[in-house]
Design a protein. Sequence first.
Length: 138
Amino acid sequence: MNYSRIERLTAAQIDDLYQLYRGEWWCRDRQRADLEAMLAHSDVTLGFCTESGRLVAFTRLLSDQIYQAILFDVIVHPQHRGQGLGRALIEAALQHPAVVNVETVTLFCRSEMIPFYQKWDFAALRAEIHARRRRRSA
């Protein structure tokens, strides 16, 4: 199948993204109403669409373009996995002009995804660095 790379999502593709999120445990509670603001405030958005324009793969980044970038939401529709879209997302993200010269690109993933990301030299954070999270009150 042929896929087209995009950097801006149409309204229909934002609906596709919402459905992608709904299918994954780590993002299924996201609200459709919030997605446009999230996309507007992301420095880089990348996706791959089918010939019909349906979004089937997506990722986004926040970056200061010098020292730090964070890769978020690497997601591929289950019916389109195993076709190299995850690899294409990562490569497009790391080669994007807003990221290509950044000193450190960080991502968070489950342990079973570590071998996938190691292909691009993603390694564990230093032992004395611990991830912490503060969540907005309900």
